[in-house]
Design a protein around this ligand. Structure first.
Ligand code: UDP
Length: 234
C-alpha cells in the first residue's frame, strides 16, 4: 500500500451531470471514496482544480488579461476545496484546507512543515490555490506538492477515462490503453496525462503517476492498494 499520496481531482469531477458548478451530491460521493482510503491509514493530500468554475484560458480568449483571469481560477480552487472539506467533515474525516493564496478566513496558509505535521496527525489535506502563480495549472501544483512532501505517487483521478491511451479513445475505436509507460514516452509522445510543465516536472523528479477512472466505486481503494488498475507512469 502507498503511505502518502497526492490525489489530483479536477474541478470537472465536482460538477456532476451539470455543465458547470459544484454538485454537492457528487462531491459527497467523491468524499465517500476518499474516506475509504483514509480508513486504510494512507496519508492523503488532495490537489483540486477549478475547471468546473473558471479557467484562465477562457477568460483570455474572451479578452481578459491572462494573469487576472488565472487568479480567478486559483480562487475557484479554494471554493472547490471548501466544498470537499464540507463533504469530508460530514463523513467525520478530519481535514485542513491549505492555500498558497492567502485567504485566512477560510483556509490555512500553506507551510510545508505544517503540512507534514498534519499528515502525522492523520488529517486529510486539501491543497487549494494551485501553485499560487498565474500561467500554471493545478496539475503542476500536484507535481510540486508531491515532490516537496515526498509523496509516493500522484493519483490522477479522471472522469470516466480508464488510463492513458495511445490515441484518443473517444475518436478511435482501436485505441489501446497502456498499463505501464515511462515518463520519457509520455513526454515524447505528448500523451495526455497532465500538462507538459507538470509532466516534465514529474519526469525530472521521478514522481510516479497513476492515471485511473475515479467514476467507478472502489477504484480509489484499488489505486492505493496498488491493484492492477489504470496506467502507471514510472
Ligand atoms: N490556475 C493558475 N495557476 C495554478 C493553478 C491554477 O493560474 O497554479 C488557474 C488557471 O486559470 C486554471 C484554473 O486556475 O485554468 C483552474 O485550474 P486547472 O485548469 O488546473 O483546473 P482543472 O483542469 O484541474 O479543473
Amino acid at each position: 500500500m502507498y503511505k502518502r499520496v497526492i490525489l489530483k481531482i479536477s474541478g470537472e469531477a465536482l460538477k456532476g451531470d451539470g455543465t458547470y458548478g459544484i454538485h454537492p451530491i457528487t462531491v459527497k460521493n467523491i468524499a465517500t471514496e476518499i474516506k475509504e482510503i483514509y480508513e486504510l491509514g494512507v496519508q492523503i493530500g488532495i490537489v483540486v482544480g477549478a475547471g468546473n468554475l473558471w479557467r484562465g484560458k477562457t477568460g483570455e480568449e474572451l479578452g481578459m488579461d491572462r494573469a487576472q483571469a488565472d487568479y480567478m481560477g486559483m480562487l475557484g480552487t479554494i471554493m472547490n476545496g471548501l466544498a470537499l472539506q464540507d463533504a469530508l467533515e460530514t463523513l467525520e474525516v478530519p481535514t485542513r484546507v491549505m492555500t498558497v493564496l492567502p485567504v485566512s478566513a477560510v483556509a490555512e496558509p500553506y507551510i510545508r512543515r505544517k503540512a507534514m505535521r498534519h499528515f502525522e496527525k492523520g488529517r486529510v489535506l486539501i491543497f487549494s490555490g494551485g501553485t499560487g502563480s498565474p500561467f500554471f495549472s493545478t496539475d503542476t501544483a500536484a507535481a510540486l506538492r508531491a515532490a516537496e512532501l515526498n509523496a509516493d505517487i500522484i493519483l490522477m483521478a479522471k472522469n470516466g477515462i480508464e488510463g492513458v491511451y495511445d490515441k484518443d479513445p473517444k475518436k478511435f475505436s482501436d485505441a489501446k490503453m497502456y498499463h505501464h509507460i515511462t515518463q520519457l514516452e509520455v513526454l515524447k509522445q505528448k500523451l495526455e496525462v497532465m500538462d507538459q510543465t507538470a509532466a516534465s516536472m514529474c519526469g525530472e523528479n521521478k514522481i510516479d503517476i497513476l492515471v485511473f477512472n475515479m467514476n467507478k466505486a472502489g477504484n480509489m481503494k484499488k489505486a492505493v492498494l496498488q491493484e492492477n488498475i489504470g496506467t502507471l507512469v514510472k
